[in-house]
Design a protein around this ligand. Sequence first.
Ligand code: GLC
Length: 735
Amino acid sequence: MKNKRIICGLLLLSTISCSLIAQGKKEYPYKDATKPVEERVNDLVSRMTLEEKVLQLNQYTLGRNDNVNNVGEAVKNIPAELGSVIYFNSDPEYRNALQRKAMEESRLGIPLIFGYDVIHGYRTTYPISLAQACSWNPQLVKRACGVAAQEARMSGVDWTFSPMIDVARDGRWGRVSEGYGEDPYTNALFGYVSVQGYQGNDMSNSKNVAACLKHYVGYGASEGGRDYVFTEISRQTLWDTYMLPYEAGVKGGAATLMSSFNDISGIPGTANHYILTDILKDRWGHDGFVVSDWGAIEQLRPQGVAADKKEAALIAFNAGVEMDMMNNSYNNHLAELVNEGKVSEERLNDAVKRVLRVKFRLGLFDNPYTPVSTEKERFLLPESLEIAEKLAEESMVLLKNDNKTLPLSNLSKIAVIGPMAKDKEHLLGSWAAHGNAKDVISIYEGLESEFKGKSELLYVKGCDFEGNDTSGFAEALATAQRADVILVCLGEKKGWSGENASRSTLALPQVQEQLVQELKKSGKPVVILLSSGRPLELNRLEPLADAMLEVWQPGIRGGNPIAGILSGKINPSGKLSITFPYSTGQIPIYYNQRQSARPHQGKYQDIPNTPLYEFAHGLSYTTFEYGDLKASSLKVKRSDKLVIEIPVTNTGDMDGAETVHWFISDPVCSISRPVKELKYFKKEMLKKGETKVFRFDIHFDRDFGFVNGDGERFLESGDYYIIVKDKKLKIELID
Ligand code: GLC
């Protein structure tokens, strides 16, 4: 009897204490949505124990290896006080189950933040980012990011590990597909608009997500194009090449950054106090948080800067990495390091505040649960598909078009040959999130709808993506001989680019090149369509082709614009965001290279020094004539306004969009500068016969200025040149 009374007493006590906690939580300032975020952050941190603080700084996964039997298990195994998970599932209710555990079973009810790699779409898959940059249409890219955010947030993801803004000049590196190409300004601008698209004006909006600039910094300089390796980056190059996109993204309000795998000239990105704290936090004033890349903290051991996981945790945390992605370094060692005095309470509290601040700004404390919706309500909405098709269209680059081979018209038979012709999976590209091949319109399907009733399509596969099986060549050649034109659909599998997907050559597998050589015997016009996640080595294919169109990995809606371009319904407008080398042997080769001591010497003995297709190359079905550059003044002082204009006329017989790229060069500077630097671009539609004046308002510090190895911008008087196409105008800055 006595025991019973004790048990009842205990039960009563626990009920009272739970309700007091529940009551208390409601009265705690951090629970009050009317309070300013900073007040809520400070109040909450002041109530947290050391263990609760440490767990906020850890990220596990949810939904990665689930099957129906262990879904409950997964939620049960995750501590209620954890800070974050990478959410691989797309069911809001599954996500809410874990969130409910955090809100109701933890002492303080701190919500988790759910992250995921939404790189070029969540379910509506857009072209890969390298392709998106070739559209030179930032507003369209911003809209695509807005859709990606909506589909992700409605599926339980609050935070995307995107945009990737690593300047990359070595196409052997598989991750060149994930960023915006070789130019710092291009990565800065598209990174900036992506952050705006993801975060909108208010991250607490149920259709927005937090962005994550990655991989901070210099990952694209990976030696030999191999992944996870050393990067030799001088302080000067760090600042004038790799940091610019991150500065723009931070100034654009990016909530988070991801620290990089690569060793930056001796100090790995994840251990680098200079970039993570001196610059990011102290100089740029970033008040969000940094998450490590997957395993990047414990990888400090094989990188040779940490003896064990505990030391790796100490180095990364004190360098400025707030959250540990899947390392189990922080949750195992941070409390101990604090108790040993090696990590200060101040640094710990600052780190926790940064994570909580983003969670408050996302509205997760006040609306922790994702409203339940059907897939039909979330995905593949008509407007989303329109954006997907438009972005695919504007990203495609017409590389070659001899004798107006394109557009195709009045042809009775079109041979459609090659491994990419009917493929769907590989058009999605790497990092396709919940993109699904069944949503893809293939090249062949696009051709079928576009040429229905106009031309007969004759399809054979011809060969596979790789291997040495040429048994299909004879049938392919016979088919080609029956046709009026041959469309050869070649390219890369989606797994040939992306993470840990380096290739020693940019050339396509030999069997694909041999197929074209075989088809050439037919004597018919050859049009090559290329779907790739990187620039390609085309010097052997180029002479065999009458026309070549780079369609990249266009996502789910590439088929129709490809067919529309081939039929002439669409005038291609894409221009390259990355150089296509003549050969892999030229790498690294990019437009904004440093100046040579002997520009007319130092050539290769065996191949040209120039690339096959330059940065910003892209043909149209019409022609554009550029007039002369005109400046508001040719001799200026810093206090003056300087406006440069150039008239561009559509001199062809088809309406078309043209992007004008504005470069500057400063041939003499106290620090040697690239031969030219992109500073602005503008894309406009010009009707046939129409002239438009393109205008560039120069900001001297921004556009003429440079940056030194301490990241300080400076502006020197002297001669500068404005360069547009082959036009050049000298401006004298006299003070
Ligand atoms: C990967 C990638 C990174 C990605 C992260 C989470 O290793 O390097 O880009 O966001 O892990 O998937």
